[in-house]
Design a protein around this ligand. Structure first.
Ligand code: CA2
Length: 150
C-alpha cells in the first residue's frame, strides 16, 4: 500500500529562508518541499505539500485529507497556540497526525510553550530544524506500517 501523506504548513512559513534565519534557518519552504518529495519517493509514499496563511483554508484541507490521505504532518505555526478550530478539525481525522515545529518551541518565549494542537498529535517533533520534516515523513510512514522494502 502506498502511504498518502498530507503535509500542511501554517501562517508565515511561506517566508522561511527570508527572515529570522537564526531561529528558522535559511532554507526556503520550496526547498523543504523538494527534500520531502525526494524522501517520499524513497519511502514509496505519495505526498501533498501545502501552505496557507488562513485558518479556514487549513481546516478545509484537513477535511479533504479525511478522503485523500492516510496521515497528516502539520506545522501549525502561530495557530498552534490559538486555534481550537484547527484542533477540532484534526480530531475528525482518523489517521496518524504528527505536529512539527522547526524550532524548539519549549526553549523560546513562554507564549510558544503550550500548543493546543499537541492534544491530538500522536507525536510532536520540534527543534530539529528543517530536517524535522524528513524525520516526520519517515516516522509517519513507519506508523502506517508501509515502509518500502526496496
Ligand atoms: O518552529 C516552528 O516551526 C514554528 O511553528 C514557527 C512559527 C512559530 O509561531 C512557532 O512557535 C514555531 C512561526 C512561523 C513564522 O515563520 C517565519 C518564517 C520566516 C521568518 C519569520 C517567521
Amino acid at each position: 500500500m502506498t502511504a498518502r501523506v498530507m503535509i500542511l504548513n501554517g501562517p508565515n512559513l511561506n517566508l522561511l529562508g527570508v527572515r529570522e534565519p537564526k531561529i528558522y534557518g535559511s532554507t526556503s519552504l520550496a526547498a523543504i518541499e523538494a527534500n520531502c518529495r525526494a524522501e517520499a519517493e524513497k519511502l514509496g509514499a505519495s505526498l501533498c505539500f501545502r501552505q496557507s496563511n488562513h485558518e479556514g483554508q487549513l481546516i478545509d484541507w484537513i477535511h479533504e485529507a479525511r478522503e485523500t490521505s492516510d496521515a497528516i504532518i502539520i506545522n501549525p505555526a502561530g495557530y498552534s497556540f490559538t486555534s481550537v478550530a484547527l484542533l477540532d478539525a484534526l480530531k475528525m481525522f482518523d489517521g496518524p497526525v504528527i505536529e512539527l515545529h522547526i524550532s524548539n518551541i519549549h526553549s523560546r518565549d513562554a507564549i510558544y510553550h503550550h500548543s493546543k494542537i499537541s492534544a491530538v498529535a500522536g507525536a510532536v517533533i520540534c527543534g530539529l530544524g528543517v530536517h524535522g520534516y524528513v524525520v516526520a515523513l519517515q516516522a509517519v510512514v513507519h506508523m502506517l506500517g508501509s515502509v518500502s522494502k526496496s
